[in-house]
Design a protein around this ligand. Structure first.
Ligand code: KG4
Ligand code: ZN
Length: 342
């Protein structure tokens, strides 16, 4: 492999409800990362309230950038390019980050790099904190499972920035299913961590929820599972005033994990992948992580917990590879609320 040019990238991420900034060296070494979460504000509404999210980004963006540069002991003059999440995400949220990045690029003359948020999630597997030993770099061809609040898909990565999309969800994303089922069980927002916690003491075999096998083998479907949980909850409520929340959470989580794990393993075998990568908010799930760690057929790359949910370190990492391959963006770049990886 040819050596890529060294560069230091500052990245901004505002696609949903986290205002984030990070600085990364050579695509992997994380010098500083700040994530200002709006979770508590949106929890009141049971989900992300788009206009509130945009306005919170407006308030947080400048302090978050300043704090990140201060933590890295750097100024803008020490940076080689500005990366920013261009999409997919909430348009009103993306606009705040993209305009901030344009302002920095215009003021400094540095190149601007628009990054796909999904590509960012995948590149979180390359990142390590400065001072830590670098983990092994993922090797291609790589079977990548991307599971977040808005996406659940399998991509074969054949090289840097090269993706063959094998399939995705036909209805709900896995993170969305976690959030909706958590609401049914009265567990609050965000649902993923709440279900995981409730599932800890539960019996994953008490309820045999469906594991959707589809004609398109690399697609996912989680709406049938969600409906099955709802039906079970309604039946149980007729019989008793207290729900077995821990067993319901554990059985639901087990069904999601089985499907994600089995399909990824099958796809890795079918497409002769060398290794597996999992990324996105749902990859923070302990049961899912454990399923992959318990097998030794494939080496698996799983980002540390802090890099699974939204952050700017992953955008800086992906931005570095785009920059190193000469792919910068014009200053009149628009946001792209819907933007498939390939
Ligand atoms: O990647 P992410 O932070 O944002 C998007 O790009 O969507 O993913 C957020 C999703 C939410 O649906 C959240 O419930 C889920 O990731 N999530 C989890 C866990 N932590 C976050 N799902 C299951 N278990 C978790 N521990
Ligand atoms: Zn995300």
């Amino acid at each position: 492999m040819t050596e890529l040019k060294p560069a230091r990238i500052l990245a901004i991420e505002t696609s949903c409800d986290e205002t984030a900034c990070a600085v990364i060296e050579n695509g992997r070494e994380l010098l500083a990362s700040t994530v200002a979460s709006q979770m508590e504000i949106h929890a009141r509404y049971g989900g992300v309230f788009p206009e509130v999210a945009s306005r919170q980004h407006v308030l947080a963006i400048t302090p978050v950038i300043e704090q990140t540069l201060a933590a890295a002991h750097l100024s803008l003059g020490d940076v080689d390019a500005i990366a920013v999440t261009r999409g997919p995400g909430l348009a009103g949220s993306l606009v705040v980050g993209v305009n901030a990045a344009k302002g920095l690029a215009l003021g400094t003359g540095l190149p601007l790099i628009g990054v796909n948020h999904l590509e960012g999630h995948l590149y979180s597997a390359w990142v390590y904190k400065t001072g830590d030993a670098p983990p092994d770099e993922p090797e291609f061809p790589l079977m990548a499972l991307l599971v977040s609040g808005g996406h659940s898909e399998l991509n074969l990565m054949t090289g840097h920035l090269e993706y063959e999309r094998l399939g995705g969800t036909q209805d709900d994303a896995s993170g969305e299913a976690f959030d909706k089922v958590a609401r049914m069980l009265g567990l609050g927002y965000p649902g993923g961590p709440a279900i995981q916690k409730a599932a800890e003491g539960g019996d994953p075999n008490r309820f045999n929820f469906p594991r959707a096998k589809l004609d398109a083998p690399w697609n996912f479907s989680f709406s049938g599972l969600k409906t099955a949980v709802l039906r079970e909850v309604r039946d149980l409520e007729k019989k008793s005033s207290t729900l077995p929340v821990t067993d319901l959470a554990a059985s639901f989580q087990a069904a999601v994990v089985d499907v994600l794990f089995d399909k990824t393993m099958e796809a890795a075998r079918e497409f002769n992948a060398k290794e597996i990568l999992i990324a996105g908010g749902v990859s923070a799930n302990q049961a899912l992580r454990q399923a992959f760690l318990n097998q030794d057929e494939f080496k698996v790359h799983i980002p540390p917990l802090s890099l699974c949910t939204d952050n700017a370190a992953m955008i800086a990492a992906a931005g570095y590879y785009r920059f190193a391959y000469g792919q910068t963006s014009p200053l009149d770049m628009d946001v792209q609320a819907t933007w498939p990886l390939s």
